[in-house]
Ligand binder design. Structure first.
Ligand code: OSB
Ligand code: MG
Length: 368
């Protein structure tokens, strides 16, 4: 595939309900969308970085400058036999894994379209639909109980509760009392520290599948210390940005489950490497999400069709977040099963161009 041109746009989709996690509140999903053009085809990559560094360090402004100054000049006008060949261009640069992921994912989409294959087939997917659960933002206990009930009624395979310091044990007590048997997890988005060990140990009695990212985003060592004292599994999200991080976490026994976000780890190649490594360690993985649009959701779903994605992922129905999506297909799950989109090759979704234009803040075009 020859890459003839690139387009970067910033898109803003209002959320139906504000999404609250321990690090802050999101009212609109604002994200960069990269299009790579070549051979009459278009490949898309949705970035997962926020405007401000509130999840990891990357920000949209810095990422787009990195792409514009370092990466796009090296790929425009060039021909690549496969997305793996991009690695020689991407890997020498430090960090910026979310920006690299945008390029890598768009190249995979373009490549799959050139081969007229669904992305999942090229990645080694083994399923036509993936199991999904919901991620419920922080809210008071009665509101959370209503949301859990609605999610269980909709057939979601797992409920993940966002927690933070001071909003944990009483919430879990209330949810477990009403829903003793559901597959339940929590996600602290880094709000706790080592001295909170007794509190984390107190969560053992709630029968959680795992506690997601209790400690700092850049920490693996302290998670190992906590994991050694818990019967509940720890799941790492923010702390795993590469297969090397995953190896260190598994060797250190810092986690017994890993959340893979393709947009966080640098693209499908690294995501698959983490998936394979975890399989070798007999550690299950699941596919996380960042409230993506239909493009990013399609990225996640194709990835989650790989065999070791044995825990339900976070890619629930788009209608839980948005009144309208930028793809012509609204990606909806049914009874906790999300079909792998195959409305055409590659990501298997198409852009609703008129709506996309109406929600685009800025567009930049790049040529060799
Ligand atoms: O930690 O998994 C997370 C959303 C934004 C930032 C971080 C996270 C999340 C989610 C939402 O949990 C998952 C989704 O429905 O996309
Ligand atoms: Mg998380």
């Amino acid at each position: 595939i020859r890459i003839d041109a690139a387009e970067l746009r910033i898109v803003r989709l209002p959320l139906l309900t504000p999404f609250v996690i321990s690090t802050g509140t999101m009212t609109d999903k604002v994200f960069p969308l990269l299009t790579l053009r070549g051979e009459g085809l278009e490949g898309y990559g949705e970035g997962v970085m926020d405007m401000l560094p509130d999840y990891l360090e990357e920000t949209q402004t810095a990422s787009l400058a990195f792409l514009e100054q370092a990466i796009l000049p090296q790929i425009l006008g060039r021909t690549f036999a496969s997305p793996a060949e991009l690695d020689a261009i991407l890997s020498p640069w430090r960090g910026h894994r979310m920006a690299k992921a945008m390029v890598e994912m768009a190249a995979w989409d373009l490549w799959a379209k050139a081969l007229n294959q669904p992305l999942s087939a090229l990645l080694g997917g083994v399923r036509d639909a993936v199991e999904v659960g919901v991620s419920l933002g922080i809210a008071d206990i009665p509101t959370t109980l209503e949301r859990v009930a609605a999610s269980v009624d909709a057939g979601y395979k797992r409920v993940k509760l966002k927690i933070k310091r001071g909003h944990d044990l009483a919430l879990l007590q209330a949810v477990r009392e009403k829903f003793p048997d559901i597959k339940l997890t929590v996600d602290a988005n880094t709000d706790y520290r080592l001295p909170d060990l007794p509190l984390l140990m107190a969560m053992d009695r709630f029968g959680l599948d795992y506690i997601e990212q209790p400690l700092a985003y850049d920490d693996i060592h302290d998670h190992a210390k906590v994991q050694a004292r818990l019967t509940t599994a720890i799941c790492l999200d923010e702390s795993i940005r590469s297969a090397t991080d995953a190896r260190k976490a598994l060797v250190a026994e810092a986690a017994r489950v890993i959340n893979i976000k393709v947009g966080r780890v640098g693209g499908f190649g690294p995501a698959r490497a983490i998936h394979d490594l975890c399989a070798a360690f007999d550690v299950p993985v699941w596919c996380g999400g960042m409230l993506e649009s239909g493009i990013g959701r399609a990225q996640n779903i194709h990835l989650a069709s790989l065999p070791n994605f044995s825990n339900p992922g976070d890619t629930s129905s788009a209608s839980r977040y948005f009144a309208r999506d930028i793809t012509e297909q609204q990606l909806e799950s049914d009874q906790g099963l999300m079909p792998v989109p195959k409305h055409g090759p590659g990501l298997g979704v198409t852009l609703d161009r008129r709506f996309l234009t109406s929600v685009t803040g800025s567009v930049q075009e790049f040529r060799p």
